[in-house]
Ligand binder design. Structure first.
Ligand code: HEM
Length: 467
């Protein structure tokens, strides 16, 4: 039973088409917002076949079948080519995110050390300091309307650079974010053209801009690697681990090109997603006074007036529930695309080799067979005893199986620390009449950003963090 007494806040949702769209409306909508092409059966049926330009594609929404695709039969369902086509130009086709088989495995092992539990807890002061800087920017702008999405991106970007690159690299954060956005904005075109089976050289609006952006991002990474080779870091960080790694099959180390691909993967995958989780969470909380009150009470009880410390993280149980519920409604990675590498049967359906098999995370998270009042914001769903009863294929903001997000625990700890630090200092007030709709740009962004009015809370917080 939920403890929230008034009806939970239910954000406006997208009007999904009843049936699949015809080819031209499909392509037009795909370029604008691929999420609007998802038909209603994705939210009600266990499986759904869609025909894209005559080719079948299977959407899998049933949690047990999702488990089969992503976990039990993961070997049969590698990442779909659309992943390489959409993000390969940015992060390379053989990085930890895009590679398969043995080449993926050794990169995953090489990158594992910074993501161990104890190491993550050691990053808590860095999370808190980045959040405190964001809180003081909001404090300076008290009473104004601010795009909180932009500031959350800058904050989680600082965190990635500080924790994974020992803060050694100095980047032009704004330019970096802008170039990533230019690239992500062109992804709808790439998806539409791949439905038409157009070769990758076909031009589309924004392609040259996106290419130039990619080049800039890559050059930035090459600069960081060259500086590190010239002057190694003191305490080994992600880059040091990647430089030191050797492929167990060939004994070779990563080339600078491969290092750049991987660094870019971590910087892009590791900040945009967490920033979006925080952005949607702050907006949802701003619309749900009872959730806000309970969250503030927990922060006061667990953290008190001092900085958020490593020992608080696991005790901020409700804050974690809020982040999870925000990621249920607005999963930062809304789609997990796979392809059948062999003829296979899923849920009694025969799936021929080469068929794309997609897990539409956004639809699974709002599915009528899985959730009560699926559109409502209710963090109680993730109360520990209720969360344990959830099927692991029902809630997958970080994916599942061997390719599950390597940064999941890092991201959750980071989000909880930033949320607790910000909430104590600042009130985030929704703008009347502004209902941000989610739009897929690889990740799930609020269309038009997330303008909110920011106010300083009565009791100021300490802007220092402990160690
Ligand atoms: C709320 C934050 C985050 C969300 C929602 C998220 C989501 C995901 C998802 C769904 C996948 C699996 C994709 C697939 O199976 O096709 C993934 C993979 C990955 N994520 Fe995250 N992620 C987040 C934060 C992070 C962070 C903080 C990092 C690193 C610092 C990171 C690095 C990666 C990498 C490297 C992969 C590829 C792993 C592999 O294929 O072995 N992510 N992420």
């Amino acid at each position: 039973m939920t403890e929230v007494s008034s009806p939970p806040f239910t954000p406006r949702s997208i009007d999904h088409p009843r049936e699949e769209l015809g080819l031209f409306p499909l392509l037009r909508t795909m370029v604008r917002n691929p999420l609007e092409t998802w038909p209603q059966p994705l939210f009600t049926e266990p499986l759904f076949w869609q025909r894209f330009a005559g080719r079948p594609l299977l959407f899998v929404m049933d949690p047990a079948l999702i488990d089969e695709v992503l976990v039990a039969k993961a070997q049969v369902f590698p990442k779909a080519p659309i992943i390489r086509r959409t993000i390969g130009p940015a992060v390379g086709n053989d990085s930890i995110f895009t590679a398969e088989g043995a080449h993926w495995r050794w990169q995953r092992r090489a990158a594992a050390p910074p993501f161990r539990h104890a190491t993550i807890l050691g990053f808590v002061p860095a999370f808190g300091e980045a959040a405190a800087r964001a809180a003081s920017v909001f404090t300076d702008r008290a009473g104004e309307t601010v795009d909180i999405a932009e500031l959350m991106m800058a904050t989680t970007f600082d965190v990635i650079v500080e924790t994974m690159l020992s803060g050694a690299a100095s980047f032009d954060t704004r330019r970096f974010g802008a170039e990533i956005s230019h690239y992500f904005d062109s992804v709808g075109w790439i998806a539409a053209l791949s439905i038409l089976r157009a070769p990758s050289w076909v031009p589309y609006p924004g392609k040259r801009r996106a290419r130039a952006g990619n080049l800039f991002l890559r050059q930035e990474m090459v600069r960081v690697i060259a500086a590190r080779r010239a002057r190694p870091g003191m305490t080994p960080d992600l880059l040091d681990f990647l430089i030191a790694a050797a492929d167990p099959e060939t004994g070779r180390a990563m080339t600078d090109e491969e290092l750049a691909d991987n660094l870019l993967t971590f910087v892009v995958a590791g900040h945009e997603t967490t920033a979006l989780a925080l952005t949607w969470a702050l907006w949802l909380i701003g619309n749900a006074p009872e959730v806000e009150a309970r969250l503030l009470a927990e922060i006061a009880e667990v953290v008190g007036d001092g900085p958020v410390e490593a020992s608080h993280v696991d005790r901020l149980v409700y804050a974690k529930q809020v982040v999870q519920e925000a990621m249920r409604l607005y999963p930062p990675a809304p789609l997990i695309p796979r392809i059948a590498a062999a003829d296979v049967t899923i849920g009694g359906e025969r799936v021929a080799v080469g068929t794309p098999v997609y897990v539409p995370v956004y639809a699974v998270h709002r599915h009528q067979m899985i959730w009560e009042l699926p559109q409502a914001f209710d963090p109680e769903r993730f109360a520990p005893e209720r969360a344990r009863a959830l099927h692991r294929g029902a809630f997958l903001p970080f994916g599942a199986g061997p390719r599950i997000c390597i940064g999941a625990a890092f991201a959750l700890a980071e989000a909880v620390v930033i949320l607790a630090t910000l909430m104590r200092a600042i009130r985030f007030i929704p703008i009347g009449g502004h209902h941000p709709l989610p739009t897929i740009r690889l990740t799930l962004r609020p269309d038009g950003g997330m303008p909110m009015r920011v106010e300083r809370r009565q009791t100021p917080i300490s802007h220092q963090t402990g160690t």
